[in-house]
Design a protein around this ligand. Sequence first.
Ligand code: HEM
Length: 396
Amino acid sequence: MSTLHAFDPFAPDSLAHVGGAADGAALVQGDYGYAVLDFELATAVLRDTRFINAALTLMEQFGITDGPVHDFRAKSVIMAEGSQHMRLRTPLARFMGPSTVEDIRTVLREIIADIDPADGTRGPLDFHAAVDQKIPARVYCYLAGAPAEDAPRVASLSARTLALLQRDPSLKDSILEAYDELFAYLGELIASKRSAGLGDDMLSFLIRQEDAGKLTSEELLSEATAMLEASSVNTAHQTGLVVWTLLRDRAAWSRLIEDQSLIPAAVVEACRLYPRPGIVSKIASVDIELAGTTIPAGSDVHVAVWSANRDPKRFDDPSTFDLDREASQPLTFSTGLHGCLGQSLAKVEMEEVVRYLIENHPNAVVVDEGTEIGHGGGRWLVGSLAVDLDPAPSSS
Ligand code: HEM
């Protein structure tokens, strides 16, 4: 029998735990498998390539054990290791580097202006539906060289495919349908780009890689699929969490208005406190010694990012939003060779939403009624975010 401390990081009341080790235990256990709570051990697990992504196993647990969707996942960038991983990651990374995504800021400002959330309406609006959910899919369309009109479809496909991470087997059929639709959509987009002539966009680049024999046609579709599913839904929720956090901390918000150079730090700090992927799940590919315990091959090891990001050994006063933290590198985007490829892009997207609010609606406030933010399945979720962009001045 295991002597490990029992703790369930997925439990609805788990966030009552302050973060870091539970009763001194960095590694805990429960029906779900093992969980890692503290920052240092979490970082070590995420950087250890013997722990592989759990997404394929999750599919198999749903009964998706063969067919095109299983095939896609088994061969996708998140499951690949070693030189095959680098071969698949490198062509995508070309479009995701920090300096490349800087160029997207201008495009983002145009997209936000085009979305125009204010739209002359007065009173609270659902900022999550009006802005957060629209921007990442528009950015994917821009990157992939797809028509902007495709954005609602892209957003829906990303949300429906990554619903896998809700760990709800009753969603199996809708997930399979969403992947079929996604493959068909990208297949048509690739064909139409070939016939219309290739451009400078990411999808055209991948198509040229296939033409040059550097990617197979299956890999081309897999790369485009991996980017589409990852591009939208997480960024939408994380943007909502960032806006919700910043607008409620009026002292921090005033500092941002005074000094916009603080926006990147503010985004990172909000992502630390409220990480959309609160748990990053891995599988031990071999027996692995961890904090004095042998984790048998095939075990589920869940890295509790929400806990590691509030580890008092790493972050002073961890539950406080602090714009002045130095060298704050929370694990919201994971770390190591499989760390989020789109993190620079996602951060730029969130920064530009914050900048939009500062420049156009500095008095914006979150309205509790109509705001639904919570967590479930180890993830922070935004249901709706009621924001009054231009509240009437108070008479008191
Ligand atoms: C705020 C938004 C986002 C969050 C919180 C997030 C978080 C993550 C996390 C936790 C992982 C898993 C890393 C691991 O298994 O260790 C990941 C992987 C990945 N993300 Fe993101 N992500 C976001 C946005 C994006 C965007 C915008 C893109 C692309 C446009 C993207 C592309 C990817 C890819 C391709 C991988 C797989 C990388 C690999 O296995 O080598 N992500 N992301």
